[in-house]
Design a protein around this ligand. Structure first.
Ligand SMILES: [Zn+2]
Length: 198
């Protein structure tokens, strides 16, 4: 199996910002793995999902960024799990991340005005509130039937099924989908359903 480090990209399978954050923590061959281990990881991840350059997040208090991102992840994790089980949950931890940002109309010079939906001077708070908003929207307005975990028993990756048929089963074909196909083929062959060409 390819080590997870090989490509951070392979983990962006959630098709949703909040789920991609959950997917930074995963089960790999029975072991829990976390790709957010320090501020640099966190800054790189935020840049990768389009929330602004990692370079803008230097010079922060050591460990603050990764700690906050992980704490946001924990709160989303709890709420998503509850939503999928149809259980009640307390959203106050997520609401803390939503609170700092407010919409603001910016108008500089003679250029067109810009609507900044998540206006907040603190770059960390702004980024985290955007993820929190995406998570809140998913929880409140998303279709819970489409909020799923990869069907592979030893894979914990989550995704929002945006396929037309809504029959997505795997985190990705390259990871679990192909492994399943190979296993199914072997099973059918063992049962004699597939006759090798003589
Ligand atoms: Zn999978």
């Amino acid at each position: 199996m390819t080590p997870v480090d090989a490509s951070l990209n392979s983990l962006f399978v959630g098709d949703h910002l909040a789920l991609d954050l959950l997917n930074t923590q995963m089960m790999v061959e029975g072991q829990k793995r976390d790709t957010l281990t320090n501020d640099e990881d966190a800054a790189r991840w935020l840049e990768h999902v389009g929330l602004g350059p990692a370079a803008d997040l230097t010079g922060l208090e050591d460990g603050r960024l990764v700690a906050q991102l992980r704490s946001l992840r924990d709160s989303i994790d709890t709420l998503v799990a509850a939503r999928r089980e149809n259980l009640p949950a307390d959203p106050s931890a997520l609401n803390v991340f939503l609170r700092p940002a407010v919409p603001q109309l910016l108008w500089e010079g003679t250029g067109a005005p810009v609507l900044e939906r998540f206006h907040q001077a603190d770059g960390v708070a702004r980024r985290l509130s955007q993820i929190a908003f995406a998570a809140a929207q998913l929880l409140a307005e998303g279709d819970v039937q489409l909020l799923r975990k990869c069907e592979s028993v030893d894979c914990s990756l989550m995704f929002y099924d945006r396929t037309k048929s809504h029959k997505r089963r795997w985190c990705s074909m390259a990871l679990c989908g192909n492994r399943h196909k190979v296993a199914e083929f072997r099973k059918r062959r063992a049962q004699g359903a597939v006759t090798p060409q003589a």
